[in-house]
Every structure is written in structure tokens, then in C-alpha cells.
Design a protein around this ligand. Structure first.
Ligand code: FAD
Length: 387
């Protein structure tokens, strides 16, 4: 069992850390108003990060899920918005496109993705169906050499910035999970309308999109059936990247808390010298290291996608851990922690997203609980790997 990162991984993390600390950290506050961090994506593209998940034949680096998770963690330590902005390049959209998109489209799209200029939005959630995605209603009809889309999507990220929308849809009104496919829609396609806009506590804007007879070439219908199963495989990658944002936010908040506990005095002592405060720091540190272990294990299981159960455990744990740790970091800062003068409140706002996106905590608990009930061997013991 080897718990060490490779020399290449350590070098990569050090390079990303330098860019994150020197360039991204000083700019982090300004993204709370919904500004998109294009300049940060450019800086990350400059060191190859936006092309990490793109296959080598399309100009990317084709690196592993663990490599991408390490990078996202490093970026989230300083800026939630920038870590979220990396999701399309490193996450489910790129993985789906590299597997299913037509060759010409891949060449066109991935070149821009690698350069940090092309953003991909993913549209799954609908007003009545978020967790209940098997019951989505958006429908695509095949009419000759065209695909025609009708429906409503909501809570969609990066609508202002995206050049391409990866839309999950029913095909030909076929009911159930098997009837779900995936269609690619270029921005500014007639009939794709922004019908709602929401500002989040994390800073970004989310949108409602209405599709009214949106016509695209039939070749854009990249998955015609059983798309949910195909989506779920790729989604286990997202279930490692989403908790790597949580882990990074918890670490960023912890670093700030330690600094503050050393600098701030009360009753003529550093607050970090009070036992109550030392225990708090010890518990935060413990929880971060537990999260790191399960997350790296889940990410390292990828072949090519991570083990679903490990990914679910890692996501559940890291998401909840980050809410606790970032909240405690505010507590360490006292009243100043609640202001914008210190970054800890920003870390907390970002951490609150984790349990909601990419599979809610409740859904993941359900998934793992079902597996326990179905497959845990009657005479089984834990500890020798997964059951
Ligand atoms: C910052 C942010 C960015 C997002 N970006 C995107 C995006 O780009 N594209 C996209 O498609 N979506 C996006 N979403 C939407 C996100 O995927 C959904 O919010 C999520 O899937 C949950 O769906 P919902 O909000 O409809 O909640 P619901 O599904 O209505 O759930 C409400 C509550 O009920 C619980 N619940 C539901 N079913 C069960 C069950 N069976 N057992 C127990 N509890 C249950 C949930 O866990 C939750 O607590 C984003 C959300 C956020 C916050």
C-alpha cells in the first residue's frame, strides 16, 4: 500500500499551488458578484490544467481522475469560483464528449477547452426533477436529419459563458431511464431562451433555460438511448471532483484559522493556546485528513471511472466535513469571521454547495445503504477491501 503521491504529481501540485497562491488568491473576492474568472482560467490554461482531462489525441494531457482531483483541491484552497469554473473542463462534460461526440466536433471543441477559452455547460436539472432525474421531461424528436428539442432546464451553471450545452433529454418521448439521451446545442441556437436567473450564496449565477423547438443537426444527438447509465458512469468522476472542492475549501479555511489562532490574543494569551481552541484545531485537522484519505482512494480507483461506492462515500464525507470545518474556522475568527475582511466566510459559502450538487447527500446515503442491504455478505467482515 503506497500512500505517497508520485514525483510528477508532487511537481504538478507545486506548480498549481504557485499559480493559485500568487495569482488566483489575490483576485478571489471579486467573484462573489457573479463575475466569471476568465483570467484565472487563462493562467491555469498556461500551465496545462484546462487540458488535463482532454485525451492526448485532441491536444490535452489525458491525465487521471486523481491528478485532476489534486489540482481542483489546490485551486479550491484559494477560490471556490475558480474551482467550480474548472468543472466543465475536468469533469463530466469533457468525459462524455470525448467518448460520444463526433470526431469533427471533438477537434473543434477540445482545442478551445485546452486553451481555457471554451466552456461547456451541462443541463440535467429540471424544475420538477433534480434528484429525480429519471423522470426528466425535456424531449427531443428526430425529424429527418434534424433533432428538435422542447423542455425546461433549471439551476444551470455557466450559461453566460458556455459555447456548448450538453443537454440530457428524453428521445422520442420514450419513458423511463432507457429513454434518456444527450444532445449538444451551440449557444445562440434559436429557441434556446434564458427564462430565469438566480444569484447563489457561492457567488455564481444559475439559470433557467427554456427550449422551444430548438433545432440541431441529428449528429448532435450524441446519445440516443440509455443515456442515464452512460451519464452515471461519467458522473462518478464528478463525484470525486466535487469533494475535492470541499477538501480544498476546508484546507483553505483551516490554514486561515491556524494563522488567526496564532495572531489573536485574549486574556494575554494567543487564542490558540487555550485548550478549547487547540481541540477545535485538532478536530478540524483530523477531519480534513480523513477526507483526504477516502477521497484519494476513490479517485485512485478510477479505471477509467471511479468505483461508485467509494466515490459516494468520499463525496458524502468531504461535503459534510467541509461545512463543519469552514464553519469552525469562522468560529475561530470570532465576529471578524462573519465579515468579508477575512476569507473564511467565503470558504463557508462555497462549502455549502457540496451536499447539493452532483448527487445530494441523502441520495448518496440511499445508494450506499441499498448496496449494504443487498450485497454485504452474511458472514462478511470489513477491512479487506470493498464488498
Ligand atoms: C451551485 C449549483 C450549481 C448547479 N449547476 C448545475 C448545472 O450546471 N447543471 C444542472 O443540471 N444542475 C445544476 N445544479 C442543480 C443540482 O444538480 C440540483 O440542485 C440537484 O441535483 C438537486 O436537485 P433539486 O435542487 O431539484 O432538489 P430535489 O431533488 O428537489 O431535492 C430536495 C431535497 O429532497 C431530497 N431528496 C430528493 N429525493 C430524495 C430521496 N429519494 N430520498 C431522500 N431525500 C431525497 C434531496 O436530497 C434534497 O435534500 C446546480 C446546483 C447548484 C446549487
Amino acid at each position: 500500500m503506497d500512500f505517497e503521491l508520485s514525483q510528477e504529481q508532487k511537481a504538478m501540485v507545486a506548480t498549481v499551488r504557485a499559480v493559485a497562491q500568487d495569482r488566483i488568491k489575490p483576485r478571489a473576492m471579486k467573484f462573489l458578484d457573479g463575475t466569471f474568472p476568465w483570467e484565472n482560467l487563462k493562467d491555469l490554461a498556461g500551465i496545462g490544467i484546462t487540458g488535463m482531462a482532454v485525451p492526448e489525441e485532441y491536444g490535452g494531457l489525458g491525465l487521471s481522475v486523481l491528478d485532476t482531483a489534486l489540482v481542483v483541491e489546490e485551486v479550491a484552497k484559494v477560490c471556490y469560483t475558480t474551482a467550480m469554473a474548472l468543472m466543465p473542463q475536468l469533469g463530466v462534460q469533457t468525459r462524455i464528449l470525448s467518448q460520444y461526440a463526433p470526431e469533427e466536433m471533438k477537434r473543434r471543441i477540445f482545442d478551445g477547452v485546452v486553451r481555457g477559452e471554451y466552456v461547456l455547460a451541462v443541463c440535467m436539472t429540471e424544475p420538477h426533477a433534480g434528484t429525480d432525474i429519471p423522470n426528466l421531461r425535456t424531449n427531443t424528436e428526430i425529424r429527418g436529419d434534424r433533432a428538435v428539442i422542447n423542455g425546461v432546464k433549471t439551476l444551470i451553471s455557466k450559461v453566460d459563458e458556455a459555447q456548448l450545452f450538453v443537454v440530457f433529454t428524453r428521445v422520442g418521448k420514450v419513458p423511463g431511464r432507457e429513454g434518456i439521451g444527450c444532445v449538444l446545442v451551440d449557444r445562440d441556437t434559436p429557441g434556446m431562451l434564458r427564462t430565469g436567473r438566480y444569484h447563489t450564496m457561492g457567488g455564481e449565477y444559475l439559470f433557467e433555460l427554456t427550449f422551444e423547438n430548438v433545432e440541431v443537426p441529428l449528429e448532435n444527438l450524441v446519445i440516443k438511448e440509455d443515456g442515464l447509465k452512460k451519464l452515471m458512469n461519467a458522473f462518478n468522476t464528478q463525484r470525486c471532483l466535487n469533494p475535492s472542492i470541499s477538501l480544498g475549501l476546508a484546507e483553505g479555511a483551516f490554514e486561515e484559522a491556524v494563522k488567526y489562532a496564532r495572531d489573536r490574543t485574549a486574556f494575554n494569551r494567543r487564542i490558540g493556546d487555550f485548550q478549547g481552541m487547540r481541540w477545535k484545531l485538532a478536530e478540524m485537522y483530523r477531519d480534513i485528513e480523513v477526507g483526504r484519505s477516502i477521497l484519494y482512494r476513490a479517485a485512485a480507483s478510477a479505471n477509467p471511472y471511479p468505483d461508485p461506492q467509494l466515490a459516494a462515500l468520499a463525496k458524502m464525507y468531504c461535503n459534510e466535513m467541509a461545512i463543519r470545518v469552514t464553519s469552525e474556522a469562522i468560529q475561530v475568527h470570532g465576529g471578524y469571521g462573519f465579515t468579508d475582511e477575512f476569507p473564511v466566510s467565503r470558504f463557508y459559502r462555497g462549502a455549502r454547495y457540496g451536499t447539493l450538487g452532483g448527487g445530494t447527500t441523502e441520495t448518496l446515503k440511499d445508494l450506499v445503504g441499498k448496496k449494504v442491504m443487498a450485497d454485504f455478505p452474511a458472514d462478511g467482515f470489513l477491512g479487506m477491501g470493498l464488498f
